[in-house]
Design a protein around this ligand. Structure first.
Ligand code: CAA
Ligand code: FAD
Length: 379
């Protein structure tokens, strides 16, 4: 792995940093408090090329590598993890999956708009009774000859109401178990498709998370991604890359909390000196900085593996497992460094602590990452 970033990668990092620092701080507390979807910010992110970073320019994307994506995700997540989860789902779960496995017609019809951020997408795997145990899909896609008939419920879907296009994982041939599952593109206004109420969440409150209900939803056969029965493998492949994005989100939350703590520790005085002169605070900062550097290396390693067309399921899972713990630990310590001020909204670190938790849950819990890693190393 080359530890030197290219000029292009540095430029992407600088552009993401500028955007996040100049355009995301304003209103981030209000968006969190009122669970306000960052519509304007996401529109701008689309214009700047952050919604389809890795998609080929042929389909309207930025044609960038995964390393650049990690760098941009870190910068956006430092300020607003709600924006970065919306970005991550669109980039790594929806656009990447469509470009890699979609038909030319699907790419022309959907990917070109998704990659520019004109519309956004959602990835719908989880169900009320199928989260970690993802093969247990109850949503059915009955093969009706020229179309599928979708019935069932999806849970916890990011971009649930703001998306226009949904990739829905559903069971067509239960007797084949996970090999009977399909991935199907569903457009929002299809009759029988209902978006449930918005979840009232602990963190990433600016993102909209909804359950989705499908009752006799008729979807043309040409909306299936890949061969019949490819849906579960599709979901697993997409999630392997998605985990690099969420690892980078966790990294960004940790770096954001650390940067605020470093600054605050030099300003706040106690016992006649800035608190940064107390060794207990210095050691907290030293632990934060070390863990963040280690998390960044794992994120970049997994991005490098993906860019080099090497297997990245294990390195992506390791990056997510480690970076999400670093995010949680760092954000908790950041609140401690801020004392009472850390406990109120104006100082941002309480939000970062709430946002950090989800990185240990979605796109596979930490326990699931350990299953993925241990299976790989025991192969
Ligand atoms: N690539 C391709 N195929 C893969 C794969 C990968 N990385 N990992 C597994 N598979 C295939 C296997 O080869 C197997 O297929 P075959 O039998 O045909 O060979 C099939 O998938 C089933 O694999 P397992 O037997 O290993 O399945 P399992 O039931 O033991 O569980 C699991 C596997 C890793 C635990 C999986 O269920 C899993 O990842 N669970 C977590 C679900 C998850 O991450 N959900 C996230 C939802 S999206 C989200 O959360 C978005 C967001 O927050 C923003
Ligand atoms: P469960 O699977 O019920 O797990 C409960 C606990 O048991 C966890 O600690 C888990 O680690 C543990 N556990 C389960 N099985 C094992 C095992 N074999 N070994 C050890 N421990 C185990 N899903 C989507 O499809 N699309 C989205 O866009 C999306 N966005 C989300 C956004 C938010 C805000 C949230 C909260 C969730 C989102 N999810 C999404 C769902 C998310 O991926 C699931 O919540 C997650 O995969 C865990 O599933 P579960 O909630 O059913 O927990």
């Amino acid at each position: 792995m080359d530890f030197q970033l290219t000029e292009e990668q540095l430029a992407v990092q600088a552009a993401a940093r500028d955007f996040a620092q100049n355009e995301l701080w304003a209103g981030v507390i209000e968006r969190d408090e009122h669970q306000k979807f960052p519509a304007e910010q996401i529109k701008k992110m689309g214009e700047l090329g952050f919604m389809g970073m890795m998609v080929s320019p042929e389909y309207g994307g930025g044609g960038m590598d995964t390393v650049s994506y990690v760098l941009a995700m870190e910068e956006i997540s430092k300020v607003d993890a709600s924006c970065s989860v919306i970005m991550s789902v669109n980039n790594s779960l929806v656009c990447w999956g469509l470009e890699k496995y979609g038909s030319e017609e699907q790419k022309q019809k959907y990917l070109t708009k998704l990659a520019t951020g004109e519309i956004i997408g959602a990835f719908c795997l989880s169900e009320p009774e199928a989260g970690s145990d993802a093969t247990m899909q109850r949503t059915t896609a009955e093969d009706m000859g020229d179309h599928y008939l979708l019935n069932g419920t999806k849970n916890w879907i990011t971009n649930g109401s703001s998306a226009s296009v949904y990739i829905v994982i559903a069971q067509t041939n239960p007797e084949l178990k996970h090999r009977g599952i399909n991935a199907i593109i569903v457009e929002k206004d299809t009759p029988g498709f209902v978006v449930g109420p918005k979840e009232n969440k602990l963190g990433i409150r600016g993102s909209d998370t909804h359950s989705l209900m499908f009752t006799d939803v008729k979807v043309p056969k040409e909306n299936r991604i890949g061969e019949d029965g490819f849906g579960f493998k599709f979901a697993m492949q997409v999630l392997a890359g998605g985990r690099i994005g969420i690892a980078s989100q966790a990294l960004g939350i940790a770096s954001g909390a650390y940067e605020l703590s470093l600054k605050y520790s030099k300003e706040r005085k106690a016992f006649g000196v800035p608190i940064s002169q107390h060794q207990a605070i210095q050691f907290k900062l030293a632990d934060m900085a070390t863990n963040i550097d280690a998390a960044r290396l794992l994120c970049l390693q997994s991005a490098h593996d993906k860019d080099a067309h090497q297997d990245y399921a294990k390195s992506g899972a390791m990056a997510k497992l480690f970076a999400s713990k670093v995010a949680m630990d760092t954000a908790v310590e950041a609140v401690q460094v801020h004392g009472g001020y850390g406990f109120v909204k104006e100082f941002h670190v309480e939000r970062m602590m709430r946002d950090a938790k989800i990185t240990q849950i979605y796109e596979g819990t930490s326990e699931i990452q350990k299953i993925v890693i241990s299976r790989e190393i025991l192969k």
